[in-house]
Write a protein that binds this ligand. Sequence first.
Ligand code: FES
Ligand code: FES
Length: 180
Amino acid sequence: MADGPAPIHDIEFTLNGDSVSRTVSSRMLLVHFLRDELGLRGPKIGCDTGHCGACTVNYDGKVIKSCMALAVQADGATIDTVESLAGESGDLDELQESFREHHGLQCGYCTSGVLMSAKFLLDRNPNPSAEEIREAIHGNLCRCTGYVNIVKAISAVAHGDSGLALIERLNREHATEVDA
Ligand code: FES
Ligand code: FES
């Protein structure tokens, strides 16, 4: 196969509510485009092979791993990254606040991807069980937290409880799952 410069393409899409127009190489991955060309640091690169979920973004209403898409595939799409969650003043949204409150992160490398998967879940299922939360984030690997506090943080937003009430509810759900 002949080497040489990759073809370039003009693309236009909506990113975190804003219109973006750029010229991109046909070989460029979406995650590299978001980070290196557009300066977004939310999507992380953990593996570049579709396994870790650190690069998760919302693409036309679905969560995708942006290391598994090409930048040219952004053309015409609506893409949201974790940067879309906080308000313009930088205030955290309730999901981010809940991760802070319930210690749902340690190093934070996986967190932007986990947040995007959690938001995708809650937008479609505002009342998920702990099992449904674990299923929703199964594509997001975290090597620090052990997931317990991540599930707590998402569950607290969904059910509006915290502290002892939250722990008791998760324990009840866990007992039901074990008995089933
Ligand atoms: S960097 Fe995309 S899944 Fe790991
Ligand atoms: S908080 Fe460190 S990888 Fe998840």
